[in-house]
Write a protein that binds this ligand. Sequence first.
Ligand code: ADP
Ligand code: MG
Length: 683
Amino acid sequence: MANLQKLGVFDVQGLLHHLPLRYIDETRITAIRDLRTGDSVQVEGEIVHNEVTYKPRKALVAKLQDIGGQQLSLRFFHFYPSQISALKVGTRLRVFGEVRGGFFGWEMVHPQFRSVKDEEPIVETLTPIYPTTAGLTQGALRKWIKWAFAHGDLSETLPAAQYKKVKSDNLPSYADSLQAIHHPTPDANLRDLDERQTPGWRRLAFDELLGQQLSMRQHYARRRTVGTPAFKPAKTLITALLKNIGFPLTGAQQRVALEIGRDLMQPYPMQRLLQGDVGSGKTVVATMAALQAIENGWQAAIMAPTEILAEQHYQKMRTWLALMQGVTNTEINIAWLSGSQSKKDRTASLVAIASGTAQLVVGTHALFQEAVVFAKLGLVVVDEQHRFGVQQRLSLKNKGERNGHPGKAFSPHQLMMSATPIPRTLSMSYYADLDVSVIDELPPGRTPIATKLVSDERRDEVLNRVRDACMTGSQAYWVCPLIEESEVLQLQTATNTFANMQTTFPDLHVGLVHGRMKPAEKQVVMQAFSQGDIQLLVATTVIEVGVDVPNASLMVIEHAERMGLSQLHQLRGRVGRGAAKSACILLYQNKLSDTARARLKIIYESNDGFVIAQADLNLRGPGEMMGVRQSGTPMLKIADLTRDADLLEIAQSTADKLLQDYPHEVEHHLARWMAKAAELVKV
Ligand code: ADP
Ligand code: MG
């Protein structure tokens, strides 16, 4: 039992849902004379030799001889005494494994094996191979699962009408699906089973997706029972803002601002994700939302993941608010909170936040520390939401809760922003508990960024280009390679690159910014780059998010092949912010792998964040893309968003129907599929 728990199996249903990793074909016996390297086959014969050797390393080696008189070595590097006796000379075995041709003839390393009697009939169906753990054999697992079939709940969770519908989509019943997966029929196809493409596998994938939909949508509905201040539209302040920003909003900005404004008018908390490619203009939209809270007498907090980014928001918003003051004659107080500010400034900010004189608060992680107490927090904006942990977002949200009426659940409105577009299948599944707004249009007047792929062998040409750009009044970024394994190496590379650049360009002002610098130091460098005092900025990927320097028109990224697609796209978005023609040069090391080549091709060919994100999802799966969100969300184990996209659509419409009319079935399905996940979906 303890072994089963190690596998995450705690009950009967867990056994039924302990699904095969793959299948092997033991329905045939292959003669040793017909073996070929790389085949996975079954061989039957008698053990004729058995010894433990110590060269080149300790191993148990047995020789199996089949009816044709040929021999096959079975080699085990890890083995128990019981295995030595199971392989004793004279034993008749069926072994299954991958064949390789060694110096001493054919062999299998760690084959599956079992003893058979003479003339024992051969199995007629494919054999499932389960994930297992030391001390738990495949045979024992099979027995447990067989037992679970007799004792588990195999009933259908779908109401009759819905079941009829999925049946017409060629999805069998839950019980039949489990049967077909655990005990395939003789005509089952090995490849389809392995690729989880049989109707039975698809039905379980559907059930899992349905469970996810039900729990996310239920969670969404539950949040609507929580109280929140309803904010009337903020005509005065928003009109004043729009008069002073110096540009008209794009159509997309107007549309999403309206969607957000409408959410804020509701008496339950907004839970909206605002997506927009880098440079699409999310900041002004967030500011409009903040003004709506402020005009209604509440505080708004805006949190960004890095000091550089938070500082930029702070400066920009402060400028806007100052300009507005001339129009409205009302002063809006903005407070700044970060880990690096002096104790005196910090105390002043804390007092202003607690007394309510600060209506707008901008900062970093520092915002959700315990000492920060808001007088009346009505809106929380989280920029680059995927950079924050679930706990961090939750604790900021909780800061608003003291403002509610005693005894009634209360939460501020929440706006999450992200520049990493979320592909449709991902937002339909893992983000099904959020409303989503998309800014799908860039402000006019941007010149598209020309992306070039250049081999590192042509580095000199690239250096010349950097010199030309800086000499003609423009600015450039040089992004150092990402070294995930070691922060120390990463730092060393950055400082070396910086030194090299200073030597190469004695006539240029070169700056350096990296993740290990103190926030205040970073700020000084960014400020100098912003003002044009630094012409070439050597940087690690810390500049990935949000930094806005319109005069920078050239970016070089070293070892581009090491970076994720979305990351490259984010980095590239740092240039092309002004009117000048911009370029991004991706330097790669020769001898690219096929996947690396395929990935660079995508970033080279597309400037569209959504296309890139979809490709990233296909290449890397959802776990990586979701960043920390996954820690709060049950990950899909059976369904695959790329392979099973069609099932996701059906699951979504089925979930709607069930939530509307079949509360009992909803509970049944959730108990079966989401019992353990229920605790996680609370944020
Ligand atoms: P992001 O969505 O990446 O956060 P920002 O809000 O930083 O983008 O906007 C990028 C730049 O575009 C800023 O300099 C901003 O002032 C400017 N901007 C935003 N909206 C518009 C618009 N409608 N027209 C022109 N420029 C705009
Ligand atoms: Mg931004």
